[in-house]
Design a protein around this ligand. Structure first.
Ligand SMILES: Cc1cc2nc3c(=O)[nH]c(=O)nc-3n(C[C@H](O)[C@H](O)[C@H](O)COP(=O)(O)OP(=O)(O)OC[C@H]3O[C@@H](n4cnc5c(N)ncnc54)[C@H](O)[C@@H]3O)c2cc1C
Length: 277
């Protein structure tokens, strides 16, 4: 990632890339135990929830300091309308990295591919990610991106601000039993804790304007100019050797209705019985 010099007059603020992943809704995900892959048919998707916190943080920085916020996602073509909705929330443009060659990627080629996209966007000062995805949930992508980009990194941030004079970020990270404040030089990759802020709503006029502009830019493996052997399943360093069901408490849903005192009594009896098992 090439940081811009203070004298660069292209945009007065920061050029920020927000990495957003389209994920299956967690409550609908099933694993095919024969093939050990996720069953995606008839599963609804959504933007990974904490990526909305990353977008909100980027928009707040742009509100305060000017600049530009672009979205970047690696995923299948069905991700496009989700990215357009994020343009409607406030991003200036969206890029989708989509190619069969990216399929089956573990975090290694995922980071390499996203980093290639960030380089191709060019002049990026700051990359913001969510803390982890709700499907893969490794939390490895932000750190991996920083590594491929040669950028500074701070993960699990709860707050941060930009010092335009020093052109650096002041980042607060929550730790067990405390917190730390970091001064992070640009270019940098920051991951945001879920719930770090309150994401704003979609603005329908913005969405219409985004659609009128022509929508999302899609780049393939060829556009990125990356060695195909480093991409997708071929470029992955891990293999899913097995999937199993974890032994754990069975989750049930039950509706208890009636007068409040009877509901409270019934609830107490169930909790008491469960605590004795
Ligand atoms: C052997 C193997 C095979 C796999 N095969 C598949 C497969 O076939 N299909 C599949 O969907 N997954 C597959 N996965 C899962 C895949 O590794 C992850 O989806 C991907 O690498 C990202 O990791 P994560 O979801 O843990 O992201 P995390 O590191 O938990 O995500 C942190 C943040 O990084 C950003 N981010 C992560 N992924 C993306 C993305 N794609 N685009 C934009 N931003 C992103 C987001 O801001 C996110 O909040 C496979 C994993 C392994 C180990």
């Amino acid at each position: 990632m090439t940081a811009r010099s203070n004298g660069d007059a292209r945009t007065p603020g920061l050029r920020i890339v927000v990495c957003a992943k389209v994920v299956p809704k967690p409550e609908e995900v099933r694993v095919d135990e024969a093939t050990r892959t996720l069953v995606r048919a008839n599963v609804r998707s959504e933007i990974n929830p904490c990526d909305m916190n990353a977008l909100e943080a980027a928009l707040e920085l742009r509100d305060r300091h000017g600049g530009e916020v672009v979205l970047l996602s690696m995923g299948p073509p069905m991700a496009e309308p989700y990215l357009q909705v994020l343009e409607g929330v406030g991003a200036d443009h969206a890029y989708l990295l989509s190619d069969r060659a990216f399929g089956g990627a573990d975090t290694l080629p995922t980071c390499l591919t996203l980093a290639a996209g960030i380089r191709k966007i060019g002049g990026v000062d700051l990359v913001l990610c969510g803390e982890e995805s709700s499907d893969g949930a490794t939390g490895q992508v932000p750190a991996g991106l920083a590594e491929w980009l040669g950028a500074a990194q701070a993960t699990y941030a709860t707050e941060f601000d930009f010092d335009p004079q020093a052109r650096r970020l002041e980042v607060r990270r929550e730790l067990p039993g405390g917190f730390e404040r970091l001064r992070v030089p640009l270019p940098a990759v920051i991951s945001l804790k879920s719930g770090a802020n309150e994401p704003r709503f979609l603005d329908v006029a913005r969405l219409r304007a985004a659609r009128a502009r022509g929508g999302v830019t899609v780049w393939t493996a060829q556009d990125l100019g990356v060695d195909p052997a480093q991409l997708g399943l071929k470029g992955s360093a891990t293999v899913v050797a097995g999937v199993g069901r974890a032994e754990g408490a069975e989750r049930r849903r039950e509706r208890i209705s009636g007068p409040a005192d009877q509901v409270a009594q019934a609830l107490f009896e169930r909790v008491w019985a469960a605590s004795k098992k």
